[in-house]
Design a protein. Structure first.
Length: 89
């Protein structure tokens, strides 16, 4: 694996007519039809689901880091201090 191979693979993923952007657009506009088409008809136009998930996660992480966005997914500090416990003590 060298830089040329990695560049080729990234370009292959980003083709609009067949690739990540096409898959993203179809899932955004008509998700049911896109999933049915992938499962029953033509898989060639879409990115494989695992590749789509990993690539989406990388883009999400990059954007969160680039724009310094604080995302609170799980708040471990508030586990012992819930509103219910405060009201019933």
């Amino acid at each position: 694996m060298d830089a040329k191979y990695i560049s080729h693979e990234i370009q292959h993923l980003l083709h609009f007519d067949k690739g990540f952007l096409f898959t993203f657009k179809e899932l955004l506009i008509r998700p049911g039809k896109a999933v049915r088409e992938y499962l029953r008809e033509n898989r060639e136009k879409y990115v494989k689901p695992i590749v789509f998930l990993v690539f989406s996660a990388v883009i999400y992480t990059f954007l969160i880091h680039l724009f310094h966005i604080d995302v609170l997914i799980f708040n471990i500090k508030g586990i012992g201090n819930t509103q219910w416990e405060n009201n019933h003590n």
